[in-house]
Design a protein around this ligand. Structure first.
Ligand code: NAD
Length: 501
């Protein structure tokens, strides 16, 4: 069976570890490849490669590092179809969605092309007599990114281009469920002329992650995944003296006011709740219509839309929703549907028992599910389900709806659909969530802003990419300089008095 290899010092290598993990095609439910799960020896090889590459790479003028990003940007655009096929095959998402992932990731590469300007320092002359001061941003050294299965190319592109253009050398630990896209990325990075060792791929599971979190030569960890693992990664990384940003799970609400355009809101809700089978950290999983009439209209608008979803393999013509990523995900989501019924929510549409298209009977397909009359005490409301299941929580008024989002454990994304500007302004000012959409369902910020939620959706102070990303991947150095031999119009300095400083 084909093996997906590690990528260390510019070479694909099998590594030392004997442990392997199966990679599935989720539309077929079949194992298509295997990936080695890196051990200590593999980790040491990846760290040694990145460490050896650091001095030359970090000393390369930033404009030259940025020029490599221009080249990488072109190569990514030329390879959109190849990426989309690999991602769809191992993840299950539809080709258009996979292509969109590359487009959003490429925005960060594009942003990095402006690094010479972004990384600017500050120079102040004559801060004391004959003394100047300047501060600059320096890279950290060997750094690592640990990424989830649901965006196998976009999220590595949130991390590597920023880290590398700032002068760091990088180890990617991709999800073991869909690791192949990381190797195509490695090939393009090499083709872009980026020296061997600047980008490395170490496959693995907890053993590889723990190795990165405790290795003295790894200076920073950027993580995206579920909240329990984000919490573990951040606390372990911090205990080992690393800089860590760890983005976690989500439960994103969409509030629909009585004055919203219901057709637009329902279309937006369909795409954001069921797109990528709900396996997005910015998916809407809770709809909060305000008032009984709005709620009834929303259910009426959603039912035919959900029933009309074209579900099948991600590579299929016109398919709108693919399978879940694997059997455990299928079982977890099915289990939550059963739990919602037990807890007393009204199951309006049940996606279990969906008949997969011919030839794909073994795939992990679920139809779209819709719950009405969900209440905040139910587990289907509290927990991240990460599947094509939408919960409708009816609210009496705007304040109750806003406070639901504010009081939820997670604070990644939230949307409000209304035509009332004053209400929208109150929402933007007061709701306690990190990324807001006003008549926009999935408000993923562009690369020159930064991406990150609040509360249990992030551990660490600095979100991804943008100016915050630059701060995360660099540290400040401050220099105060005085030149005793320098002559001024006033003659030689006198350094005898402390007041000269
Ligand atoms: P996950 O937490 O299971 O895995 C993420 C990474 O951690 C993987 O590389 C995995 O190998 C590693 N890992 C898993 N278990 C580990 C353990 N016990 N110890 C150390 N490392 C471990 O997440 P996932 O299922 O791959 O991805 C889905 C989750 O990611 C969802 O919760 C989703 O909301 C979240 N997510 C968040 C964002 C965001 O920006 N906030 C973006 C995408 C996905």
């Amino acid at each position: 069976m084909e093996e997906v290899l590690h990528y260390i010092n510019g070479q694909r290598v099998r590594g030392a570890s004997q442990r392997m993990s199966d990679i599935y095609n989720p539309a077929l439910g079949q194992v298509i490849r295997q990936v080695p799960l890196g051990d200590k020896a593999d980790l040491e090889a990846a760290v040694a490669s990145a460490k050896a590459a650091f001095p030359a790479w970090s000393n390369m003028p930033v404009a030259r590092r940025a020029r490599h990003m221009f080249k990488l940007l072109d190569l990514l655009q030329e390879n959109v179809d190849a990426f989309a096929r690999i991602v769809s095959e191992e993840h299950g998402k539809v080709l258009d969605d996979a292509a969109g992932e590359i487009a959003r990731g490429s925005e960060v590469v594009e942003f990095c092309c402006s690094m010479p300007q972004m990384i600017e320092g500050r120079y102040d002359s004559q801060i004391a007599t004959g003394m100047d001061q300047f501060s600059l941003r320096k890279p950290l050294g060997v750094v690592a990114g640990i990424t989830p299965f649901n965006f196998p190319i976009m999220i590595p592109l949130w991390m590597f281009p920023m880290a590398a253009t700032c002068g760091n050398t990088f180890i990617l630990k991709p999800s073991e469920r869909d690791p192949s896209a990381s190797l195509l990325l490695a090939d393009l990075i090499k083709e872009a002329g980026i020296p061997d060792g600047v980008f490395n791929v170490l496959h693995g599971d907890k053993e590889a992650v723990d190795g990165l979190l405790t290795h003295p030569d790894v200076k920073a960890i950027s993580f995206v995944g579920s909240t329990p693992i984000a919490q573990y990664v951040s606390s372990t990384g911090w205990a080992n003296g690393k800089r860590v940003q760890a983005l976690g799970g989500a439960k994103n609400h969409m509030i629909i006011m009585p004055d919203a355009n219901m057709e637009q809101a329902a279309d937006a809700l369909l795409a954001s709740a069921y797109g990528a089978a709900g396996e997005r950290c910015m998916a809407i999983s809770v709809a909060v219509p305000v008032g009984e009439e709005t709620a009834d209209k929303l259910i009426e608008a959603m039912v035919p839309r959900i029933e009309g979803l074209k579900i099948g393999p991600g590579t299929g013509e016109g398919v709108e929703m693919g399978p879940l990523v694997n059997q455990p995900a299928f079982d977890r989501v099915s289990g939550y549907i059963a739990k919602g019924v037990e807890e007393g929510a009204k199951l309006v549409l049940d996606g279990r028992g969906f008949q997969a298209p011919q030839g794909y009977e073994g795939g992990y397909f679920l139809g779209g599910s819709l719950f009405d009359n969900v209440t905040p005490d139910m587990s289907i409301y509290k927990d991240e389900i990460f599947g094509p299941v939408l919960s409708v929580v009816r609210a009496d008024d705007y304040e109750q709806a806003r406070d639901l989002a504010t009081n939820h454990l997670y604070g990644n994304g939230v949307a409000l659909f209304t035509q009332n500007g004053a209400l929208a302004r109150d929402f933007a000012e007061n709701v306690e969530v990190g990324m807001l959409g006003i008549n926009v369902p999935i408000p993923v910020p562009t690369a020159w802003h930064s991406f990150g939620g609040w509360k249990a959706s992030i551990f660490g102070d600095l979100p991804m990419f943008g100016k915050d990303g630059l701060l995360f991947w660099t540290r400040q150095k401050n220099v105060m300089a005085r030149y005793p031999n320098a002559q001024t119009a006033m003659g030689q300095f006198n350094f005898k008095r402390s007041s000269d400083i």
